[in-house]
Design a protein around this ligand. Structure first.
Ligand code: PLP
Length: 556
């Protein structure tokens, strides 16, 4: 329990002290510091959320809107954080936490991240970041090379070239996607002094469309595209309705014929196509769009080709599986998140540009800070002040190395394939999306329901699906509340079920510590939950719909 906090007097001396006096090794903060460094996993396991509290209960500890008048002791605040925050946070590093893209971190990230914190460099410009700027430029160069494979001479010329950049480091995939489409939009309506057009940067989208005689502007992506693209369409003035979501095929990849049809439709309606976005690892199913064919089409119609590889980009580390992303090297820009499959703490995304001069379309200068002709990275980023987190990717790339990342990527893909076979071997589970990378979806379908579905009428299938959707939701929520393991859930419209709305379990296999035994346990626990009271209503409905006699619960 947290004791009542003790208050101190605010004084200049006290303010001075918090900036200058480090915590003593035996103090509460000193102990936390030491424990975190020595045994991160152990520390978190002691504090895993044991009993799920509902959000209203949790927010009671954070309900005071009054800023404390007097300072409290650091140790009291540390106690509060341990008790109310850490104890109620999510153990994302657990090998049985396999529902989201946020996973375990290598141990070395924690002590190294202290360097970043302690130095508090600001990458907006060299004056506040010094060596961090060339280091970030080097990291952007390394990732550029991973994608585009240019030769040494290219990187020698461009990596540190003032007025240019091979990419833009940012806080994550969302900002990376917005930045990519910002560049695409500005290039599409670049200044054209000969024809009296000052450029979209100056006159805005309305002026640009008027000048060029368009009725709107659009971005094309598959219906499985990430929701950040909708935000991008909104902030860039394109409008969410003009983020054209093209149907995906049975494998959750963009349907190329439908894409061509949409392109023709937009052209006929005088809508300018700003960009086409290929997804390399969709958030829900991990599917990769046919990038090469999309690059052909983008080239044919002369529009920017962006690849959102926030999740799947690091597949390029694997010699065995890099071919899945074939065509990515033809993209004008690529989003990659280092805080996903490169195992860097949150807040590390990148957009990489094929051409080092593309960023000039969004270049921004301010006399006091990011001057023209400088190497300042702030000239090409949406964000202003930014931390030196590229330092941690730099460390990952060196400490793990290409071959280390290759092992991590390959184990994830292969484990997902094994899990898919495990699911298919069970009489009471149904694989909904086959993993192309390391994400898959499935659901619990008792054997007697499977038998019924095989010969059911369309209306019967509808009714059974409706109950199965409720059952999947119940199992997922209950499994989360039990706190042993976690898978997420989403809704798909699989072709195998005539595009019926289908709620599925979603599994993301990025943690190398997730074993086959853990995966078996996840299935066993789901089967067990289905046999308990929580699901009895749904099960009774299924038995009734399938003319089957109920089964008895077996404890796990
Ligand atoms: C394909 C894809 N793009 C973009 C994003 C957005 O990334 P972030 O959450 O880092 O902003 C995600 C996040 O899950 C993603 O899966």
């Amino acid at each position: 329990m947290t004791n009542k906090p003790r208050y101190a007097e605010a004084s200049m001396e006290a303010m001075y002290r918090i900036f200058t006096v480090p915590e003593a090794p035996g103090s509460t903060l000193g102990n936390i510091d030491q424990k975190l460094s020595q045994d991160l996993a152990g520390f978190l396991q002691e504090h895993i959320v044991a009993v799920e509290k509902d959000p209203e209960e949790l927010q009671k500890d954070f309900s005071d809107s009054v800023i404390p008048e007097k300072p409290i002791f650091v140790s009291d605040q540390a106690d509060f954080l341990m008790d109310k925050l850490v104890a109620q946070s999510v153990h994302t590093a657990s090998p049985s936490f396999i529902g989201h893209m946020t996973s375990a971190l290598p141990y070395f990230m924690l002590p190294l991240s202290r360097i970043m914190m302690a130095l508090n460099q600001n990458l907006v410009k060299i004056e506040t970041s010094k060596a961090f700027t060339p280091m970030e430029r080097q990291v952007l160069g390394m990732i550029h090379r991973l994608i585009y494979q240019r030769d040494n001479a290219f990187y020698k010329k461009w990596m540190h070239e003032p007025g240019h950049s091979l990419g833009s480091f940012c806080s994550g995939g969302t900002i990376a996607n917005i930045t990519a489409l910002w560049v695409a939009r500005n290039c599409r309506f670049d200044r054209d002094p000969k024809n009296g057009f000052a450029g979209i940067q100056r006159v805005g989208l309305f002026g640009a469309l008027q000048h060029h005689g368009y009725r709107g502007a659009a971005v094309l992506v598959s219906e499985r595209g990430h929701y950040s693209l909708g935000k991008a369409a909104d902030v860039l003035g394109i409008g969410r309705d003009f983020l054209v979501c093209v149907k995906a095929d049975a494998r959750n990849k963009i349907d190329l014929q439908q894409l061509r049809d949409k392109v023709a439709e937009l052209k006929a309606n005088k809508i300018a196509i700003i960009a086409m976005v290929g997804v390399a690892g969709t958030s829900e199913t991990g599917s990769v769009d046919p990038l090469d064919e999309m690059a052909d089409l983008a080239q044919e119609i002369g529009c920017h080709f962006h690849v959102d590889a926030a999740w799947g980009g690091p597949t390029l580390f694997s010699k065995k599986y890099a071919h899945i992303l074939k065509g990515i090297e033809r993209a004008d820009s690529v989003t990659i998140d280092a805080h996903k499959q490169m195992y860097v703490p949150m807040g590390a995304g990148m957009v990489i540009f094929k051409s080092p001069s593309l960023v000039s379309s969004i270049e921004h200068h301010a006399d006091y800070i990011i001057r023209k002709g400088s190497r300042d990275l702030g000239a090409y980023t949406l964000e202003g002040s930014r931390p030196g987190i590229a330092m941690l990717l730099h460390s990952g790339l060196k400490i793990i190395g290409r071959s280390g990342y290759e092992i991590l990527i390959e184990q994830g893909i292969e484990k997902a394939r094994t899990f898919a076979r495990m699911i298919q071997a069970e009489a009471d589970f149904e694989l909904v999306s086959e993993p192309e990378l390391n994400i898959l979806t499935y659901r619990y379908v008792p054997a007697f329901v499977k038998a019924k579905l095989a010969a059911a009428s369309a209306e019967e299938v509808d009714r059974i699906h409706d109950v199965l959707n409720r059952l999947t939701k119940r199992i997922q929520k209950n499994q989360r509340a039990r706190g042993k393991s976690f898978v997420s859930r989403t809704t798909l419209t699989p072709e195998a079920w005539d595009r019926r709305r289908t709620i599925v379990f979603r599994v993301v296999l990025a943690n190398p510590l997730t074993s086959h035994e853990i995966l078996q346990d996840v299935l066993a626990e789901q089967r067990y939950i289905a046999s308990t009271d929580t699901c009895s209503e749904c099960m009774a409905e299924l038995h009734a719909l399938c003319d089957d006699r109920p089964l008895h619960a077996h404890a796990v």
